[in-house]
Design a protein around this ligand. Structure first.
Ligand SMILES: [Zn+2]
Length: 277
């Protein structure tokens, strides 16, 4: 088992399906003179098993750790993979986390390639006990950091394709996967108020809170959920993933550049010492 040392980093970017086709961030080097790759193919040993490969880079002097979460690894559950990644982020001293993902549209007003800075969630996963052993009381009143959200919205405005619409809120229904949902499940989630559906916001958002980090995410609509508007086509899904990846990558890098390293943030107040000792 390799034993790379975990570099100190304030920022982390967790890549999902929208940047999966990209060699991130190297493919964007031509657009960012202040981007410097420090290390790649870093595997870390954690109490939850060996991690997927991380990269470490700087942009404008800010340290950033990045890892791709999409892609299932044989014998590693999605919850376990999240524990591995967030354990590393905790060791690195990460305080600000930006995540991207591809989602299905449940709200029939959404359409493919729309962008959301998601604001809340409904957790339908069976993995609510996925933690890092911390004893804090985690308050999920405002799960998304307002400061990073502001940076993301500004970065989107500077990079978004003309056909993409931007939403500064949205409720994300989280399912386990790896299969997609049935029509009946989507009808239920719609009745419950969900706008989009995906598989990553939970347990990530709990783990971010547990390690005392701010969390915000950029979600791109890649298809209609089952039973919404029209049946989606595999070719279109693939075209969106490959066609939009560079723009999503730029938004992520610009959002880091626009975000001040954390000094004070209301997110910190949403993690309290436990009262049940
Ligand atoms: Zn915050």
């Amino acid at each position: 088992m390799s034993k790379d040392l975990i570099p100190a980093s304030n920022f982390a970017i967790i890549g999902g399906s929208s940047t999966f086709s990209l060699n991130f961030p190297e493919d964007l080097s031509n657009d960012y003179a202040n981007l410097e790759i420090k290390d790649s193919d870093m595997f870390f040993s954690t109490p939850y098993g060996e991690t997927p490969p991380f990269k470490f880079f700087t942009i404008g002097g800010k340290n950033v750790l990045t890892v791709k979460m999409h892609g299932w690894r044989h014998g590693v559950s999605r919850g376990q993979a999240s524990q591995q990644v967030f354990w590393v982020l905790q060791q690195a001293g990460v305080h600000q986390i930006i995540v991207e993902g591809g989602v299905g549209a449940i709200n029939h007003l959404l359409r493919p390639k729309d962008l959301l800075v998601t604001s809340d969630y409904l957790d339908f996963t069976m993995r609510k006990d996925v933690g890092l052993g911390g004893q804090h009381l985690l308050i999920m009143r405002d799960p998304v950091c307002s400061k990073i959200k502001t940076s993301l919205l500004q970065a989107i405005e500077e990079n978004k394709p003309v056909y993409a619409r931007v939403f500064d809120r949205g409720i994300y229904a989280v399912t386990d996967g790896r299969h997609f949902e049935s029509r009946a499940e989507i009808a239920m989630l719609k009745n419950m108020g969900a706008d989009i559906v995906g598989q990553s916001m939970c347990p990530e958002v709990y783990l971010a809170r547990e390690i005392g980090a701010c969390y915000a995410r950029l979600d791109m609509v890649v298809n209609y959920a089952e039973g919404i508007v029209e049946d989606w086509k595999h070719d279109e899904l693939k075209e969106i993933y490959y066609g939009e990846a560079m723009q999503i990558g730029k938004i992520l890098l610009d959002a880091v550049s626009l975000t001040e390293p954390r000094k004070r943030c209301e997110c910190v107040e949403l993690r309290k010492e436990t009262i049940l000792k």
